[in-house]
Design a protein around this ligand. Sequence first.
Ligand SMILES: [Zn+2]
Length: 593
Amino acid sequence: MQEQRALGEILMRHGVVAEEALEALYAEQREKPVELFDLVVQNRLATDIDVARALARECGLDFADDIDLDAITLADATRLPLGYARSHRLLVLKEYEDSVAVICGDPLDTAALDDVRATFGKRLVVTVAPPAVVNEAINRVYERQETTSDLEGGEHADNADTIDILESDDDAPIIRWVNSLFAQAAKERASDIHIEPEEKEVLVRYRVDGELYIARRASRQFMSSVIARVKIMAGLNIAEKRLPQDGRISLRIAGRAIDVRVSTVPTSRDHERIVMRLLNKTNVLLDLPDLGFSQRDFLLMDSLVRRPDGIILVTGPTGSGKTTTLYACINRINHPNINILTAEDPVEYEISGIHQVPVQPKIGLTFASALRAFLRQDPDVIMVGEIRDKETAEIAMHASMTGHLVLSTIHTNDAASAFTRLVQMEIEAFRVRSTIVGILAQRLVRVLCPHCKEGYPGTPYELEQLGIDPARTRRRDDRRLSPAYIARSANEIVDYEPVGWRHVEPPTLYRARGCSICDSKGFTGRLGIYELLMADDAVGEAVMQSSDAQSIRRVAQARGMDTLRDDGARKALLGITTVEEVVAATQDDMFDE
Ligand SMILES: [Zn+2]
């Protein structure tokens, strides 16, 4: 791709991106076809809002970070074909007597603006918005054209069980409706779709960022057809309605591969209820830098996964993103010259280049037996889904001591308690000390929508909840000067981001508001908060002396460990999430020092 130097110059002139940073991006553009705009945003040199605002200023145009969809006239907007609107990031809002209001993501695309001017034969009133905002608005507006609501809000008689998709000659709307469920779910990044029979209607709920909400309703007379359609897609037995069933659907939506795990359960309402879990490959396969670690934690994690031996544990409750983190670790080191084997329950994603074994306890293939077999398979790195018994723990330790890197999870609330848990499994303290190299505790918090989040001065109570006070911040700063705190990776001295605040002024915190981009939810996606305990000599000493998690934790903190709540506080101060999210995710995290 050609270097977009003209755009680069503009960004430099408006102080959005520094010259040196741009040279690196140009070099990247010579290698692969990526828009400079996207590179700037991906590398977090500036937000899409900053870039779009600079472009607007350069071109002398108005800027908007949100689009009021209600102000758009569908007939005017759709005079531009959808493909054209998408590829030029351009949306017609409304045609007036002597002008046309247009919103665009790329005001430098003057040829496209000329096209619109020619199409309408009027002068244009152009507003610039971030491309993501424009794309989202385009999707919303053009989808109004297509009606997917044939089944919704119907006032038909409730003659349940009369329509069966196999007999029905009117199956096209059902197929379309079910397909649109998947499409909408993918667009909203839903992790689950629930289809539930209610007394008078069918309810469809989506789980987005951990929260369920009602997405659609349909007349109950279509329930059988909808269930049958999903069952056919998932390869299930349509006739069997009295027993639970499990199946799988592989889909491609807008070029993205999505695996769907389908589960049906009979209910007392004559119909089965269906829950579908969507596994989005692009969501699962992240790299370490995508996980939102602090600089220190990132460098330490990066050095841990590159070790030749040792055990790295990830802890946290179910649904705290442990698997995503393990996959990211493996993704980081996945290379043809390393033999990586995993035992998982189940295999969530097939990663090319590594060998994954689904455990099946029913036939005797447990984590322990898989692990034992792996040792005869000449591995370099072994990932085992969970250490939950003494046998698995012992083989993992044996693997580590014989020169293998082992990645696994263990079920504890905080990092230090993982030591206690292993000792409870009757593993000798010295073996724990000599094999465990690092323990990462984690939780997920919802990420504020960058387009509508609202800053406000934090109250003393909120700061107290986050564990932030000037005295504590000062103590933490003092600790940072000690050599023990320096991350030893690639000989880099880390420039630590502050966790606390020192000033008299209350720092700015952020709350959710809701806009058209985030579907009025105020949040988009989730991110981990972390507590990385490095099992260095001092921590090892503490493990040998006592299995009390509290004292191990204190030693680790003195060596520079930030607790879950510390990392949460950092992310609240950075405007990534809210105080409520952090407090809810770290309720059982005590803080003292
Ligand atoms: Zn928003």
